[in-house]
Write a protein that binds this ligand. Structure first.
Ligand SMILES: Cc1cc2nc3c(=O)[nH]c(=O)nc-3n(C[C@H](O)[C@H](O)[C@H](O)COP(=O)(O)OP(=O)(O)OC[C@H]3O[C@@H](n4cnc5c(N)ncnc54)[C@H](O)[C@@H]3O)c2cc1C
Length: 389
């Protein structure tokens, strides 16, 4: 039997950040995780380079039932705070477009450094610890394979179920429900979309091709690279939009953002070039033939009727599809939804209905856009919690 001030469930990005902040205040901290390694999601993040924060972070980069919820924690941990912390561990960064910061040394070094900072400061990090039972409401009691740990404060930092291949589970949601908290229905986010059967041939023909596109869903839109897969679409523009998509909704794609088919046709009105070939100058190979097939594609630009131009414009700028599904949690970088923030203090991450119980990171109904915002949220919510327990 062990007793501690703070017991953190989950040695991921948020749990370790919370632990290092709490231990620095003189609190006794134990962290439990079933993984053999800490922070496994951090290790695979950013294609192995870990996009650990974003210089442009604001509350507008998050999807949350209460859009104001993230303001306080994000205002108290700036991207430069994260940069300084990593710099102390010898980690430098590279700035990429849209303010995204990636490490030079790789994601494994970030994960290792978060763990080392905790253990060096005296946090008792227990890896390979299966959580069997959680009970009590202060003190809380957690039974593992080989111990019973009691604590005055319990922190749920168990993330969401995306990428189960690195040990992700929905235990955080189940525990929250056990404590009477509401959980906003979770679904995969930052995930490729699968097109319906009748468009699978189209996808196979285009697989591997990428282009700049605007993907719109449910009133939001993202202009970024789009990548065709064998089943549908991926790439940043799709991943961003996917977090807003729900089954049955349509998605609209503009394959030529910033251009107008009408203007392109006007500019080539005196030319005898086939419409399809003209489009071949601005769209990737094969796409013109698939979007304006048959007679329309073969018509010379000078002969196009207004009706034909309008039909082509609709196909190219307003290509509308109802995806069959997403590629699921196995391919999703995040889980959208989670513990309802209405029941959580935005300053401390403590549950209003269960004093001493805290929820942080992706387990909450807070989902960042692509670009380093999810790790920033994990760190910011971990810091807010660790400095207030
Ligand atoms: C492939 C991929 C790439 C990503 N790239 C980026 C990126 O570059 N930038 C970015 O900002 N975000 C990225 N993300 C998202 C980011 O990694 C997560 O949002 C972030 O790690 C969430 O932190 P967390 O602490 O809430 O949860 P996690 O980091 O997932 O930590 C949860 C911890 O709980 C443990 N746990 C879970 N279930 C149990 C259980 N039943 N028993 C015991 N322990 C358990 C897990 O082992 C894990 O260590 C990426 C995600 C993926 C999957």
């Amino acid at each position: 039997m062990t007793h501690t001030d703070v017991l953190i469930l989950g040695a991921g990005a948020s749990g370790l950040y919370c632990a290092m902040t709490a231990v620095a205040r003189g609190l006794g901290v134990v962290v439990l995780d079933h993984g053999a390694k800490a922070a496994r999601k951090v290790r695979v993040s950013g294609g192995g380079k870990c996009n650990f924060t974003n210089l442009q972070v604001t509350h507008a980069n998050y999807i949350c039932g209460n859009p104001h919820f993230v303001k306080s924690a994000v205002a108290r941990l700036s991207p430069w705070d994260v940069v300084s912390l990593l710099a102390e561990e010898g980690i430098s960064y590279e700035e990429r477009e849209h303010g995204q910061l990636f490490t030079d040394q790789g994601a494994g070094k970030v994960a290792g450094s978060l763990l080392t900072r905790c253990t060096r400061a005296g946090v008792d990090v227990r890896l390979g610890s299966a959580i069997q039972d959680v009970s009590g409401t202060g003190p809380f009691s957690v039974t593992t394979d080989d111990d019973v740990v009691t604590a005055d404060a319990l922190v749920i930092a168990l993330g969401g179920p995306s990428w189960p291949q690195v040990g992700a589970t929905d235990l955080g949601f189940r525990l929250a429900k056990q404590f009477g908290l509401r959980v906003v229905a979770p679904h995969p986010g930052l995930v490729p979309l699968v097109f319906p059967k009748h468009l699978q041939g189209f996808c196979r023909e285009m697989a591997g091709n990428a282009l700049e596109a605007t993907v719109s869903v449910d009133g939001v839109q993202f202009t970024d690279p789009l990548l065709f897969t064998h089943k549908g679409v991926s790439g940043p523009a799709t991943l961003q939009a996917s977090s807003y998509w729900r089954p049955g909704q349509s998605v609209t794609i503009d394959f030529l953002p910033g251009h107008s088919v009408e203007t392109l046709v006007e500019d080539h009105r005196r030319s005898n070039i086939q419409f399809r070939n003209m489009l071949g100058h601005v769209l990737p190979k094969r796409l013109p033939g698939l979007l304006v097939s048959g007679e329309l594609g073969e018509t010379s630009v000078s002969q196009l009727s207004l009706k034909q131009i309008e039909a082509a414009s609709n196909r190219i700028h307003r290509f509308t599809v109802v995806p069959a599904s997403t590629e699921g949690y196995g391919k999703a970088e995040v889980c959208v939804g989670g513990v309802d923030t209405d029941q959580i203090s935005s300053k401390t991450m403590e549950c209003t209905s269960v004093p001493g119980l805290y929820v942080i990171g992706e387990a909450l109904d807070v989902t960042g856009h692509l670009g380093g915002f999810n790790l920033h949220w994990a760190f910011a919510s971990g810091a807010a919690c660790g400095s207030n327990i």
